[in-house]
Each structure stands twice: as structure tokens, then as C-alpha cells.
Design a protein around this ligand. Structure first.
Ligand SMILES: NC(=O)c1ccc[n+]([C@@H]2O[C@H](COP(=O)([O-])OP(=O)(O)OC[C@H]3O[C@@H](n4cnc5c(N)ncnc54)[C@H](OP(=O)(O)O)[C@@H]3O)[C@@H](O)[C@H]2O)c1
Length: 195
């Protein structure tokens, strides 16, 4: 399968995640350890470090961050905006602005701060709200070869209507993408049972 073209800085609103094959972007209790140790194409992180101008996230994601860690393993530094209905009790940090406003206004503020680079949306719940408003330009995913079975879904909208997507890249944008995996040998313990 063709890989995606390198990301470009063009003032886009990107809903950007590493995601498990079964559609989770965080494990139970916001765990992220399931994505470590899986290599990605050379230069991928640098691509996003260079094209990201600002980040928009939600309060739960911010509260789950340990030691005020910054995106991309600390390689990226820039303005971060966190949406919350109660900014008064948020843990303050340098470069982080807490917003209590409409999501469209948060995007306007984020794009302004991004200065022509992209605004990355690091929140499933905010991404869903932006999708409903037609404010997501691209859904940019890195699919990690793992099944989690539990956690926070990229898109959670019980009872909602399907959202049709066009694949960006060469070829028919509506074509199904075929992938084929097998369970890795490391799943099976000596007795032949899954861990
Ligand atoms: N896999 C990846 O690449 C990746 C990247 C980044 C983040 N993540 C993960 O994504 C998860 C984010 O979790 P999540 O989406 O469930 O939560 P979230 O969006 O981070 O937080 C939800 C909270 O954000 C606030 N919020 C959302 N929309 C709002 C609005 N319109 N106005 C005001 N406040 C609003 C509310 O907080 P209040 O209750 O304060 O009002 C809401 O309860 C985290 O686990 C994080 O680690 C994964």
C-alpha cells in the first residue's frame, strides 16, 4: 500500500493521531504505552514538528499528561490551547492557554497562533465537534499494529449517522484500503494462551 505523502504546513486543521487497528487513540485510563516500540517511517516525527504551528486539545487529555510533557517527545515547542468549561482550576503551564469558548472560536484562535502552519487537534471529543461544523480539513492517522479492545475511540457517536471520507492521495478516493495482519508471536505464552 502506498504511504501518505509528507505532511505540509498550510494552515490546515488536522485531526492527528496514532490509532490502534480497532480505532482507539488512547487505552483505558488514557494509557499510551501501546504505541511505543513500533517504528514509523524515517523522519515522520520531524515532518510534524516542522509543520505544526499550534495544538488544540481537551481538558481530559491535558489532565492526563504527566510532568507537562510536550508533543512529539518534547521536540515540538509552540502554543497549546486547551478547551475546558472550568479553566479556573486547570494546572497552569508555560505556553498553554485554557479556553472556555465555542469550538469554532478555539479553531480561529489556534489557526491565528499557528501563523500559517497547521493546527493539530489532539482530542477525539473536540474533533467530533469540529467534524459536525465542517471545520476539519484532514484526518491524519498512523495505524499502530495492535488491537486494544478498550480505551478512547477516535470517533465515538452512538446513534450518529456515518461520516463518509475521501482518502487523500493517488487513486480513487472512495476505494477501500486493504490491510492484512497476523497475530504477532509475542502474544502467545509458552502454554499457547494469549497473555
Ligand atoms: N494517540 C494519539 O496520537 C494521541 C494524541 C493526543 C492525545 N491523545 C489522547 O486523547 C485523549 C483525549 O481524551 P478525550 O478526547 O476523551 O478528552 P479531551 O478532549 O482531552 O477532554 C474532554 C474535555 O475537554 C473539554 N471540552 C471538550 N469540548 C469542549 C468545548 N466545546 N468547550 C469547553 N470544553 C470542552 C471538557 O472539559 P471540562 O470538563 O473541563 O469542561 C471535556 O470534558 C487522551 O487520552 C490523550 O492522551 C492521543
Amino acid at each position: 500500500m502506498d504511504d501518505t505523502e509528507p505532511q505540509t504546513a498550510a494552515g490546515k486543521v488536522l485531526w492527528h493521531f496514532s490509532m490502534s487497528l480497532d480505532g482507539f487513540v488512547a487505552g483505558r485510563n488514557h494509557t499510551m504505552d501501546w504505541m511505543t516500540g513500533t517504528p514509523s517511517r524515517p523522519g515522520l516525527v520531524r515532518e510534524y514538528v516542522e509543520t505544526t504551528g499550534a495544538v488544540l486539545g481537551g481538558r481530559d487529555g491535558w489532565d492526563a499528561i504527566v510532568d507537562d510533557q510536550r508533543p512529539y517527545g518534547g521536540e515540538w515547542d509552540g502554543p497549546i490551547f486547551v478547551l475546558t468549561h472550568h479553566p479556573e482550576d486547570a494546572r497552569p503551564a508555560e505556553g498553554v492557554t485554557f479556553l472556555n469558548c465555542d469550538v469554532a472560536e478555539a479553531v480561529r484562535i489556534g489557526l491565528d497562533a499557528a501563523g500559517g502552519k497547521n493546527l493539530e487537534v489532539f482530542s477525539p471529543t473536540i474533533g467530533r465537534q469540529l467534524l459536525e461544523r465542517g471545520l476539519i480539513d484532514e484526518i491524519d492517522l498512523h495505524i499502530v499494529p495492535v488491537l486494544l479492545g478498550d480505551g478512547i475511540r477516535l470517533y465515538d457517536s452512538p446513534g450518529g449517522e456515518p461520516i463518509r471520507l475521501d482518502r487523500i492521495g493517488a487513486g480513487d478516493p472512495s476505494l477501500i484500503v486493504n490491510v492484512r495482519y497476523r497475530p504477532a508471536a509475542t502474544n502467545v505464552q509458552a502454554g499457547g494462551h494469549m497473555e
